[in-house]
Design a protein around this ligand. Structure first.
Ligand code: IVH
Length: 668
């Protein structure tokens, strides 16, 4: 190869590998396998080794590189690195909300909830889009400069792209995924070294290693959650992080904007349970006031911000004995093994059962009936077994043998490759699944038949009145009245609710059928793309995957569903009963914005940004995310950033306020 060819090859490989790193670590959407990645990395390494002068400074091979660090320099923080006030109680969280509302003189405040990841706090500085410094928290006033070590973390973006501010700081947490931690410990075991205690300790220890080559071997990750800048161009915390994500920064995942404290509580309830399915540890939720203006108004106490608080999930551990393992069949057919325990006190309640999640978990814990175990409970969540006291294991104990058939209907269980749970495939006749299907169908987001709740769904099923969704539409007043504890009023409400559900749009009916992987959004897409149920039922997978957001997994599931004669028959019966199986025309309020692209920014007096968006689309316009040469109008609200206005002026984009916008859509 000629020298310029080598140079071009090195450049191309560097760019490609950086792209893969970004897709893998930040977007979590890799497009090549780990082996393919390693091959390319090796190819680049070889080229660089032979032509050291051609290697680029930001080469991904340098992620492992640099010499030893003599000593970590202690540097002062530009802004003090505060900690957070925390609480374990819902009551104190309500008090926090009351204080915030009172100080701001508001009835409700928008919050952002983020998972609190248990790791090591870090502050990153970017200048002109380049990562220039990474500092640990230290004592909050000064910390250690660990830049070289942080650069070895692949999800840390060293060179940003897009429209980033010239100079800013962003703070977050460095942590380790459980899988990486276990791999590391397996390696240490094989080398006869002591195992590490938990992912958090390894993460914080790793940053203090003086050899970046060693640090690079530690599978560390980062999440960034606090944007700071002298000239903050953003109105809200969530806006700042969304933008940072667009520059390539790995920002907090699973965060949610909550319009009030009640929505915050729903988030807490959800994650108290769902956190166990994450690949890393989270010990709580951080709740932050979203508006930067309000944050400023609230300020800080001597130690912590008044605009944020950490809610910690409660945990307590106790010892008990595993008496047996039983199995539950969920609404989706997923099998959950349940540990039956010698009753024990935990967080003030008696615990007799604990979740064992799935077969992998039993294997991972190597837990056997008769074992002395440790059980942990946190807040509302179901207690779980966290370990076995092997020193007390009986010699007669035998490994647990997982069931092969459904405990409810005796059908042979299946386990798809790559999935942790065993499933009962008898979706239509296995009682908990059939009842679950009815519940889903009548649910608020499907047919919204409010007169049928969980209990009624079960009653209708058990009485043999509803075995198929279509049976709902054959129910008679007399049949319902004959049920236990049902009066005329209930029976009437039920019949009326069922009747009214016939006018629910096609997309809801489709969602209500409960086809695996067909959630609300997918149902909408399928309904509008296919137009009616007949087109959908006859569409092969190849056609379905051409629909926006529909991949092979969904397409396969849809085809399988409609291949079942019983399902087709049910659809025909529901058609005959008068349900909607044709998509309605999209509501259009006019076409005076057709072909126009608008960007919305700032806060408005009469409408929310989302409402304005809907109005634009209903009048045929499009909503853009940033001001570009293609933007026709910038709808500007209060507190819009000066840079947006400047850009719009430069590009000759028309800037209009809320009232002018409302005139625009009503007049023409
Ligand atoms: S905000 C002034 N957000 O938890 C605001 N902190 O116990 C400071 N942490 O010091 C922090 N996840 O090290 C914030 N999403 C998150 C967080 C988070 C984890 C850590 C952070 C903080 C500590 C407080």
């Amino acid at each position: 190869m000629q020298i310029h060819e080598i140079q071009a090859k090195i450049q191309a490989l560097t760019a490609e590998l950086k792209g893969h790193n970004y897709r893998y670590y930040v977007l979590a959407e890799p497009v090549i396998s780990d082996q393919q990645f390693d091959l390319k990395l090796k190819e680049l390494e070889a080229l660089e080794k032979e032509n050291p002068t051609l290697a680029l400074a930001d080469s991904p091979t340098r992620i492992v590189g640099g010499g030893l660090i003599e000593d970590f320099k202690t540097v002062p923080h530009k802004r003090r690195m505060m900690s957070l006030g925390n609480t374990y109680s819902e009551e104190e969280l309500r008090e926090f909300d009351e204080r915030v509302k009172k100080s701001l003189g508001l009835d409700s405040v928008e919050y952002v909830c983020e998972l609190k990841i248990d790791g090591l706090a870090i502050s990153l500085f970017y200048e002109e889009g380049q990562l220039v410094q990474a500092v640990t928290r230290g004592d909050g006033f000064q910390g250690d400069d660990v830049t070289e070590n942080v650069k070895t973390i692949r999800s840390v973006k060293q060179q940003l792209h897009g429209n980033f501010p010239k100079s800013f700081e962003i703070r977050g947490e460095i942590f380790m995924h459980r899988k990486g931690f276990e791999k590391l410990n397996a390696l240490r075991r094989s080398q006869g070294e002591a195992e590490y205690a938990n992912p958090r300790n390894v993460a914080s220890g790793s940053l203090k290693i003086k050899d970046p080559n060693e640090v690079a071997k530690r599978p560390l990750d980062i999440t960034l959650y606090h944007f700071l800048s002298d000239t903050n161009p953003f109105q809200t915390h969530s806006d700042s992080l969304q933008n940072a994500h667009q520059w390539g920064i790995k920002t907090a995942e699973n965060s949610k904007n909550c319009r009030n404290i009640e929505e915050v509580f729903s988030y807490l309830t959800h994650w108290d349970e769902a956190r166990h399915d994450l690949g890393y540890d989270t010990d709580g939720v951080v709740i932050k006031v979203n508006s930067f203006r309000y944050q400023e108004e609230l300020g800080f106490t001597a130690k912590v911000p008044r605009w944020a608080i950490a809610y910690k999930f409660q945990t307590e551990t106790a010892s008990s004995t595993l008496l047996g393992i039983t199995y539950q069949v969920g609404r989706t057919g997923a099998i959950t093994p349940v540990a039956e325990l010698q009753p024990v006190q935990l967080l003030g309640t008696t615990v007799k059962r604990a979740s064992l999640h799935n077969a992998n978990e039993i294997e991972r814990l190597d837990v056997r009936v008769g074992d002395a175990i440790f059980v942990e409970k946190g807040g509302e969540i179901i207690p779980k077994i966290v370990g076995v006291d092997f020193s007390r294991r009986s010699e007669q104990s035998q490994p647990h043998i997982y069931i092969t058939h459904c405990p409810e209907c005796n059908t042979e269980l299946v386990r798809k490759e790559g999935e942790a749970h065993h499933y009962c495939p008898n979706v239509d006749e296995c009682p908990p699944q059939a009842i679950g299907k009815i519940e889903h169908f009548v649910g608020r987001k499907s047919m919204d038949i409010q007169s049928i709740g969980s209990e009624m769904a079960e009653t209708l099923y058990t009485a043999g009145l509803v075995r198929d969704l279509a049976d709902l539409y054959d129910l008679t007043f007399e049949q319902i009245l004959a049920l236990d504890r049902v009066g005329e009023k209930t029976a009437n409400n039920l019949i009326e609710g069922i009747e009214q559900s016939k006018s629910q749009p096609f997309e809801r009916v489709l969602f209500g059928l409960g086809i695996r992987y067909v959630g609300e959004t997918v149902a909408k897409k399928l309904a509008s793309a296919m137009g009616n149920i007949d087109n959908l039922m006859s569409a092969p997978e190849e056609t379905l995957i051409t629909v926006d957001e529909i991949g092979e997994r969904i397409a396969e599931s849809v085809v399988q569903y409609f291949a079942e004669p019983k399902h087709r028959e049910g659809i025909e019966r529901m058609k005959a009963a008068g349900l909607q199986f044709t998509a309605a025309e999209k509501v259009s309020l006019g076409s005076n914005l057709t072909g126009k692209t608008m960007v919305i920014s700032g806060v408005f007096a009469k409408h929310s940004r989302d409402e304005i968006k809907v109005m634009i689309e209903a009048h045929g316009g499009k909503v853009g995310s940033g001001v570009t040469g293609k933007t026709d109008y910038l709808v500007a609200g209060d507190g819009i950033g000066p840079s947006k206005l400047e850009k719009a002026t430069q590009l000759g984009v028309q800037i209009i306020d809320e009232d002018t916008f409302l005139d625009l859509i009503s007049n023409q």
